[in-house]
Design a protein around this ligand. Structure first.
Ligand code: T1G
Length: 697
């Protein structure tokens, strides 16, 4: 028998067990083992087959690492059909996460039992594809079209209890999957239960698939797979028979398998897991973390405290006054109430956290016992240095001293303490208890175990942590500054902020840059421009002032109801502010610029190439360890469209020579801004892509 599928007999029952850690992915050896197991059970005269998974889960899906490689028999659809066609009674016992091809194998069985903690799902759309082994044909037959579409177009994981109600599962029983499976098979044999091939079940009742397709396509914001899944499910209702429906599913599946969106989403999947795997951390033990100190209870500090409390830490929150401390507690209570509303926290836990896990303080001495202290005070280097001097004085040896600064020099902050090795940057993104990205900024003297502690904290907080070096803006904000500048240049040269926002939302961003400015507050960008001007802008840099005029008029975005857009009370979407274009036209005239038309395509191209060029500098300078670190940063902190896999995956898919050609062309109009990054030039010269660098690390 194969090493990855165990075979044993329990009387008349053949037991096939998956032994392919970590998630029993249905790689070719698993598929062959299952095929051999079914055939052996039949040849030995067994009456039934039980399939279950050893380790943490039942099959969690096809082996994604096989994607893009030559297919190897048996394919998953062939295996599923073979299981379903067996003359024996075939039963699956599920635990963990039966996902994708895993659930499809289970659906090809005649009965399905699960433990209460099991979850099932068809998350293929999150990988840019659709279920390709009968899932779009079998699930609608057992659960109905609406329930099936609700699972397939979202990829959501469904708890066992709900799956039972939907008809996906036949029984839910607590206990060991093998044992509850054997008991269930014996009961079925005892009752002389019939085989129940799903393919023989009645075709599901159709719905208005065209309307559903349009609605799902719109919601996908450019991602194709959810809408294509609707067409595959439609075939389960309209194809002349089951086999024809499967053929339609296969055709759509293979089309998506060959798509750039599948390449982008698979890249994102593996990059999210690779980003915290750094050679420099191998074998480095993180320091113990139990009690977290948060200095500053404003929006960021309260968000960070909420994130730590939700992860089970005890938190000491320090503010300057009792009043400010209680205001911070109110912010935290409101954040927790949101978590309760989202079903992420029980009301009892919310009460326990506020009563027993959160300690308010106004004296630094209260921080003497914390294992990690993080400040989120005013973004001023002198204020930060004072805070760190106090922390240096009161915190016990070994306490990690972290700053949440988004751009200040962490080396300078570390240098203001007697323990620079304990100092690190932990850059959260607002709202800190919701946004997944955490930039772990490593200063020159940060000790390796402090870096490891930052990653350990990030994991416990459920963050996607990315290592960054010290520079203005670290990884994300530094690249943001470049593509925002490109957008400003296009505004000066003839595009409107509103056209740019529309073009970029069509490309797949949740919001365009100017709508994001309004969301964050125009005063943030204003302060950054003033800071950079005070530090001395290169005379070749194209500065712009129209945005300053908006701020001077008191238009700071959503928080004042007016910025680039006008926000009516209670409306998230704004209408273009008619006062914006006159400011821009005045500035163009003052600069002697004759505005020209931009196509949406050119807007997206320039914006993306500016992003790629700065990202290449960030990787080339070692601020980001690998291109995938930049991709993960933009995906998890900046709303980059997931199906492109990140800006550097997008660049690889476009072809780097063309990206470099564009920069060379545009450098004729602005050699300062469009200066090609050395790494990009080198990669093009070597005929390589960014992914080649990811593979080297
Ligand atoms: N294939 C290969 N490797 C996988 C894998 C998979 N399907 N799923 C996980 N891994 C690896 C992962 O890279 C990591 O590796 C380790 O397992 C632990 O994963 C025809 C074609 C199952 C919920 O989309 O959602 O079936 O970093 O860190 O947080 O219709 O993994 O340790 O080297 O994520 O506990 C459909 C994808 C495939 C499920 C577990 N299935 N996986 O989460 O651990 S397409 C999926 C997950 C398909 C058919 C189609 C999660 C998880 P390493 P992890 P986790």
């Amino acid at each position: 028998m194969s090493q990855v599928i165990g075979y044993e007999r329990e009387g008349d029952i053949a037991v096939l067990s998956a032994q392919n850690p970590p998630v029993n992915a249905l790689g070719v050896h698993v598929r062959r083992g299952l095929m051999a197991g079914i055939e052996r059970a039949e040849s030995e005269g067994a009456k039934a087959v039980l399939i279950y998974g050893q380790g943490r889960t039942y099959f969690a899906g096809a082996d994604i690492r096989e994607f893009g490689k030559p297919p190897q028999d048996p394919s998953l659809p062939v295996l599923c059909d073979r299981i379903e066609a067996s003359p024996l009674l075939v039963v699956s016992a599920l635990h963990g996460t039966a996902l994708g091809g895993g659930l499809e194998v289970a659906l090809s069985c005649h009965y399905r039992i699960a433990v209460p903690s099991a979850k099932v799902g068809l998350p293929e759309v999150n990988l840019g594809i659709i279920p390709g082994a009968g899932g779009t044909q079998r699930l609608p037959r057992v659960a109905g079209v609406d329930a099936a579409l609700g699972m397939i177009t979202t990829g959501r994981h469904v708890r066992a209890s709900e799956a039972l109600e939907m008809g996906v599962l036949d029984k839910v029983e607590d206990g060991d999957p093998r044992e509850i499976g054997l008991t269930y098979v014996r009961d079925l044999l005892e009752a002389d239960a019939p085989r129940r091939p799903v393919c023989d079940m009645a075709r599901p009742t159709p719905i208005d698939f065209d309307a559903t397709y349009d609605a799902v396509l719109k919601k996908g914001r450019g991602q194709l797979s959810p809408a294509i899944a609707v067409r595959a499910v439609q075939a389960s209702c309209e194809a002349e028979n089951f086999a024809a429906g499967q053929a339609r599913e296969r055709e759509l599946f293979l089309e998506l398998m060959a798509s750039d969106q599948r390449k982008g989403l698979i890249h994102a999947f593996f990059s999210e897991r690779a980003v915290s795997k750094l050679p420099e951390l191998q074998g480095i033990e993180p320091r113990d973390l139990d009690r977290i100190g948060v200095i500053g209870g404003g929006t960021m500090g309260a968000g960070i405290a909420t994130s730590a409390l939700l992860a089970g830490f005890r938190v000491v929150l320090l503010e300057m006054t009792q009043e400010a401390a209680h205001a911070a507690k109110d912010r935290i209570a409101s954040n927790l109430a949101g978590a309760v509303k989202r079903g992420k926290l029980s009301p009892e836990n919310q009460e326990d956290i506020l009563k027993n896990k959160l300690i308010l303080a106004t004296d630094y001495g209260a921080l003497s016992g914390v294992d990690l202290a993080i400040e989120a005070v005013f973004e001023d280097i002198e204020v930060k240095k004072q805070v760190f001097a106090q922390l240096d004085a009161v915190c016990k040896n070994g306490t990690v001293l972290a700053t949440n600064t988004s751009y200040l020099d962490i080396n300078e902050i570390a240098g203001s303490t007697g323990r620079p090795g304990d100092v690190i940057g932990l850059h959260f993104f607002s709202p800190a208890h919701v946004m997944k990205l955490l930039e772990i900024v490593v200063a020159d003297q940060t000790a390796p175990d402090v870096v490891a502690t930052g990653f350990a904290l990030g994991k416990r907080l459920g963050k996607v942590s990315v290592r960054a070096g010290v520079c203005d803006g670290f990884i994300g904000n530094r690249i943001l500054s470049a593509y925002r500048t490109c957008a400003d240049h296009m505004v000066l040269d003839g595009a409107s902020p509103f056209q740019i926002d529309t073009a970029l939302t069509r490309f797949g961003f949740a919001m365009g840059p100017f709508a994001v400015y309004d969301l964050a507050g125009l005063d943030i960008g204003w302060a950054a421009r003033k800071r950079k001007r005070a530090a001395g802008l290169d005379p070749r840099a194209r500065d712009s002032f129209y945005a300053d005029k908006l701020c001077e008029a008191g238009y700071l975005g959503q928080k004042t109801g007016k910025g680039y857009y006008i926000y009516e009370k209670g409306k998230r979407e704004g209408e273009p502010n008619p006062e914006v274009m006159p400011l821009i036209e005045t500035e163009r005239a003052a600069r002697g610029i004759s505005p020209r038309a931009f196509t949406d395509e050119e807007i997206v191209r320039r914006y993306m190439v500016a992003m790629v060029n700065e990202a290449a500098r960030v990787v080339g300078e070692g601020i980001a360890r690998r291109p995938l670190d930049v991709d993960v940063t933009l995906l998890y902190g900046y709303g980059f469209p997931c199906y492109w896999g990140g800006p550097l995956k997008w660049a690889d898919l476009q072809g780097l020579p063309k990206v470099l050609d564009d920069i060379d062309t545009w450098s004729e109009e602005d050699a300062y801004f469009w200066k090609p990054a050395p790494l990009l030039v080198q990669l093009v010269a070597d005929g390589r892509g960014f992914d080649d660098l990811n593979k080297e690390s």
